[in-house]
Write a protein that binds this ligand. Structure first.
Ligand SMILES: Cc1cc2nc3c(=O)[nH]c(=O)nc-3n(C[C@H](O)[C@H](O)[C@H](O)COP(=O)(O)OP(=O)(O)OC[C@H]3O[C@@H](n4cnc5c(N)ncnc54)[C@H](O)[C@@H]3O)c2cc1C
Ligand code: FES
Length: 294
């Protein structure tokens, strides 16, 4: 998978052994909702947060789940595939969800141009979520660019359970950092690192995290948005003997397990591997094998 430079991400096609997490009994069935955009906010210099009325998704989505959102209004004569977007935030009482959009192509450009009152078609909640059940003390989140959006609700869920959260937010420069305020509001201790000032360098970040981990190693790491950070997290998880989860990005057409457009290859074969939309997007990383079948 190659993410656009506009993302601020550095996702490459490094094959890793990814193990589907077990879907819990609390996973809700997805629904198709025609939900109006109720607010739009520009964040940093490259992101837009859309607030969409979608009560079922607001009530039932779990951390790390996503929606498929159509970029055409329901009455618009345009046939175009919906786009997968992480649930960046929920307001359960108000029945709204927040979706953070980073523009990389025509679809996300169109989403970023939506204005309050426009009715979107949203299907969700979709995919498997980050499991928090075994975490008791300290959760480490490591996200880059738009990938941070898959981690924000996990931070909220963890702090609600009195779990300490450290969140590393990485981006090209200050204006490309996503979710800093939101993670802070959710109670996370946020570390920002950028390419511009050199702090996102994996060796420097490793030293900084090891210094923190020496005091209180996390009992889970969750990462999204960068293969370099996934490598770093994998090393750290091995050293700390900690469970590592990652949320994977892939092109999707249906988001529901029908089209198989999101199937991962099994390395060295022509077999079809896990479906990112229904077996993921959250996977446990098998630390024993850096290069293996999906
Ligand atoms: C589970 C999941 C959650 C996501 N959450 C968010 C989110 O919260 N906010 C957000 O802005 N985006 C998110 N994305 C990515 C988003 O779906 C894509 O950026 C979007 O579909 C691109 O559509 P487009 O028409 O703008 O660009 P396209 O014209 O389709 O593509 C533009 C460029 O982006 C690359 N690209 C497109 N889709 C992906 C993808 N899924 N993974 C990697 N590279 C891709 C293409 O190869 C191309 O280089 C998520 C993707 C997944 C699978
Ligand atoms: S997107 Fe259709 S099967 Fe995953």
């Amino acid at each position: 998978v190659t993410a656009s430079a506009d993302f601020g991400s550095d996702i490459t096609a490094t094959p890793r052994a990814l193990v589907p997490v077990v879907a819990g009994p609390d996973v809700a069935r997805p629904r198709l909702i025609h939900g109006p955009v109720t607010a739009v906010e520009r964040v940093g210099d490259r992101y837009w947060v859309l607030r969409v009325a979608a009560p079922h998704i607001a009530r039932t989505s779990l951390p790390g789940q996503f929606v498929m959102i159509s970029i055409a209004a329901p009455d618009e004569p345009v046939i175009i595939l919906p786009r997968p977007i992480a649930v960046y935030g929920v307001e359960r009482d108000a029945g709204t969800i927040d979706l953070c959009i980073g523009v990389v192509g025509a679809g996300t450009r169109r989403l970023a141009s939506l204005t309050p009152g426009v009715v979107t078609t949203v299907v969700g909640p979709l995919g498997r979520s980050f499991p928090l059940g075994h975490v008791t003390q300290h959760l480490l989140l490591v996200g880059r660019g738009i990938g941070v959006c898959s981690l924000t609700e996990l931070s909220r869920a963890a702090t609600e359970r009195q779990i300490r959260v450290t969140a590393v937010v990485s981006g090209r420069h200050g204006g490309a950092l996503v979710g800093v305020d939101r993670l802070g509001r959710h109670g996370a201790h946020v570390m920002t690192v950028t390419d511009a000032d050199g702090t996102s360098d994996p060796d420097q970040l490793r030293a900084s995290l090891l210094a923190r981990g020496a005091i209180s190693p996390p009992d889970m790491i969750a990462t999204c948005g960068s293969d370099r950070l996934l490598e770093l997290c994998s090393d750290l998880a091995s050293g700390w003997d900690t469970t590592l989860y990652t949320s994977v990005e892939e092109h999707m057409a249906c988001g529901l397990g029908y089209c198989h457009g999101c199937a991962r290859p099994v390395s060295g074969t022509d077999h079809e591997g896990s479906l990112v939309c229904t077996d993921g997007p959250v996977f446990q990383v098998d630390r024993r094998s850096a290069v293996s079948a999906w």
